[in-house]
Ligand binder design. Sequence first.
Ligand code: HEC
Length: 170
Amino acid sequence: MPRDLRPKQTDGHQSRGTFVLFAGLAVLLLLIAAGCSTTPDQEPIIINGTVVAPVPTLDPARVALGEQVYAQYCATCHGADLEGSPNWRQPYPDGSYPPPPQDSSGHSWHHPDDLLLEIIAGGGDPTIGGTMPGFAEALSREEMEAVLAFIKSRWGPEERAFQWWASESR
Ligand code: HEC
């Protein structure tokens, strides 16, 4: 504590000066500490007045597993770099859509976890022209959650915060 570091006082004037100096230092340290503890990652997410917990850190081991799953099962369609098909917003003549990007430029991050896991497990909805195959047979629940964690690791902080909020506020 700063008080312990204060040199022995010789006269009143010096004491006051020393006190002001150390009080100033203490305030500065408090401000630095406050600044560190409110990095954006640790703030609650508030959208439309609904508050959810701060965005959790992704587990690196899970992300690493997800990266392998992605390369093996998803990259052929969604792109090695998650970039999706060029012109992915343009439907094919049969009305189905090309694979969308899985990075921040796509729209996966608009959807909550349960919907994304449902799509990964069950594939696209054929009644609305969906053509993505389902992976419930090929992948375990852990692998599907891991591939989602990997995809999340590639979103920007805003997309990640929004999708976390969308998942938590349901
Ligand atoms: C054969 C191509 C193909 C493969 C392989 C594939 N997808 Fe898809 N995916 C699509 C298409 C096409 C869509 C758009 C919806 C539709 O047509 O079903 C899509 C949509 C999605 C969506 C919907 C959310 C969105 O709007 O972007 C997610 C999430 C997704 N894919 C994740 C994955 C993951 C994870 C894998 C690997 C486990 C995977 N996909 C493998 C073609 C594929």
